[in-house]
Ligand binder design. Structure first.
Ligand SMILES: [Zn+2]
Length: 82
């Protein structure tokens, strides 16, 4: 019998006997073979792009105000003086 190919987080190999036609034991066959590849989800790419856009905007808004406060300080002072 072949030994299970599952690796634990510590790097230790499982070592249980495999299921016929699989590289994994009954405990790990669902963990390794059961989940779908991430790229197969049709909305994942769109969702990731949307999340990336939101993060980009979330980082750019404070950056914009910092730059504005640093380099366009004179206009702010002029407005506050009135
Ligand atoms: Zn295993």
């Amino acid at each position: 019998m072949q030994r299970c190919s599952h690796l634990y987080g510590s790097g230790v190999r499982c070592g249980e006997e495999t299921l016929p036609g699989s590289d994994f034991c009954p405990d790990h066959v669902t963990v390794e073979d059961g989940h779908e590849p991430l790229s197969d989800h049709p909305f994942r790419k769109l969702l990731m792009r949307l999340a990336a856009l939101i993060l980009l905007i979330a980082f750019l808004i404070p950056f914009y105000y910092t730059i504005k406060a640093l380099y366009l300080d004179t206009t702010i002072e002029a407005q506050e003086a009135r």
